[in-house]
Design a protein around this ligand. Structure first.
Ligand code: CTP
Length: 403
């Protein structure tokens, strides 16, 4: 399996005063695990929620809390910290610290470090839903976004104050994924709109039974998440997936192959790239029944009819400059079958994967694949995580769009 060695290695983590500050310990642990060096700046209010000793032990560095330290040996200026940082991550970021950043107020170490940083900045907001939706906070976020700061979350869910809504800090794994992606790729897909399909489809036999397949949606979701992290505007057409859908993308939920076709054809003109990861049913019951089928003594035959091949339909409707990528799920003759699909569906690239392998394909976290192009080129992607394959595919999207 490949491990992504980050090009940027020094992450300065700012922790401000919200209940989500307790999750900053996990963020430090996960960043260290991925090979980043981490130093922490803890605000006075942040220190009410998490101990500096915990963060010092996990990061392996002293934790910086004050602008003016008591002794010379504890002192490190804000300029030295911002010089050290390859990236400033602020998690959790309260409405207060976001307000200070947006308005140039530098009255503590973290806000002063922010003003003196010229490295990329990633902010993970966490606050009450009403505070988050307040015009002032939204304007501050917009302003920081315009000035180049990136945001991860917040997510929607139950909040510590007892209410629920948008305001919960993103999960540490999602924040660290975002850091890793920014470190490696930056926002190299900014300005691109990408349509991704994911998951299985379900073809109803009667009101309680359906025909489906083993797809969980993991691969398509990994592509959608990675594309959004790299700055693309993403629409995800999702069949009934077994895993949580990402929050940073527009989701269109569908069930059947016909609904997936309609959703893709409808969204296609607004996107420059289509990546069809979904395992679309090729057959559907000729006559789905409105009442549950009762069992009898004899055997039962079901008549199935063909569904539309979405990629074939797309190949007739696509604009010349659109990039269309398909997947080939095979159990035998992997490359031959994939090449036939590449040609028959008029694709710019196909991702061939052997779904009979236990360590690659449906439901598992890893995947091995071969990328194939119409000009006969091919490239192996050795067994990697689905996130790694997603990033490899997206890097090829950039190459395909470069004349
Ligand atoms: N696909 C599609 N519409 C379908 C079936 C598949 O657009 N009705 C797309 C898939 O999303 C994938 C590619 O076509 O990107 C290949 O899908 P796959 O299931 O590997 O092959 P099929 O074309 O269905 O052919 P077969 O099942 O015979 O291997």
């Amino acid at each position: 399996m490949t491990t992504e060695k980050p090009d940027c290695t020094s992450i300065l983590l700012g922790v401000s005063g919200g209940i989500a500050a307790y999750k900053s310990a996990e963020i430090v642990r996960l960043l260290k695990k991925r090979g980043f060096d981490v130093k922490v700046v803890l605000t006075e209010n942040g220190a009410r929620f998490i101990g500096a000793e915990t963060l010092a032990a996990l990061s392996g560095h002293q934790v910086y809390t004050e602008m003016f330290a008591r002794s010379r040996s504890e002192y490190i200026g804000h300029i030295a910290l911002s010089d050290w940082a390859d990236m400033l991550l602020v998690a959790p970021a309260t409405a207060n610290i976001i307000g200070k950043f947006a308005n140039g107020i530098a009255d503590d170490l973290l806000s002063t470090v922010f003003l003196s940083c010229d490295c990329p900045v990633l902010i993970a907001p966490a606050m009450n839903v009403r505070m988050y939706s307040h015009r002032v906070v939204q304007e501050n976020i917009e302003k920081l976004g315009r000035l180049g700061a990136a945001f991860v979350g917040p997510d929607t869910g139950e909040l510590a104050c007892g209410s629920s809504g948008r305001g919960r800090m993103s999960q540490p794994e999602a924040i660290v994924d975002e850091v890793a992606s920014m470190a490696k790729h930056g926002k190299d897909l900014a300005g691109l709109s990408i349509l991704v399909s994911a998951g299985p489809t379900r073809e109803m036999i009667d009101p309680v039974r359906f025909i489906s397949n083993r797809s969980t949606g993991k691969m398509g979701i990994a592509i959608a998440r990675a594309a959004a992290a790299r700055g693309a505007k993403v629409t995800l057409v999702a069949g009934p997936c077994a895993v949580e859908l990402p929050s940073a993308v527009e989701v269109v939920n569908v069930t059947s192959a016909e609904q997936m076709r309609d959703a893709i054809i409808d969204a296609l003109p607004k996107h420059q790239v289509l990546i069809m990861t979904a395992a679309v049913a090729d057959y559907t019951p000729a006559q789905p029944l409105s009442q549950k089928i009762k069992k009898g003594e004899s055997s039962l035959s079901l008549e199935l009819v063909r569904t539309s091949d979405i990629l074939v339909d797309v190949s007739e409707l696509r604009a010349k400059d659109q990039v269309i990528i398909g997947f080939a799920a095979e159990t035998e003759n992997l490359l031959d079958n994939a090449r036939k699909k590449l040609a028959a569906k008029g694709l710019d690239m196909i991702v061939a994967n052997d779904v009979s392998r236990a360590d690659s394909g449906f439901g598992v976290a890893t995947i091995a694949a071969t990328l194939l192009w119409p000009d006969g080129r091919q490239k192996e992607v050795p067994l990697s995580t689905k996130d790694e394959l997603a990033n490899a595919i997206l890097s090829e999207v950039i190459a395909l769009r470069t004349p």
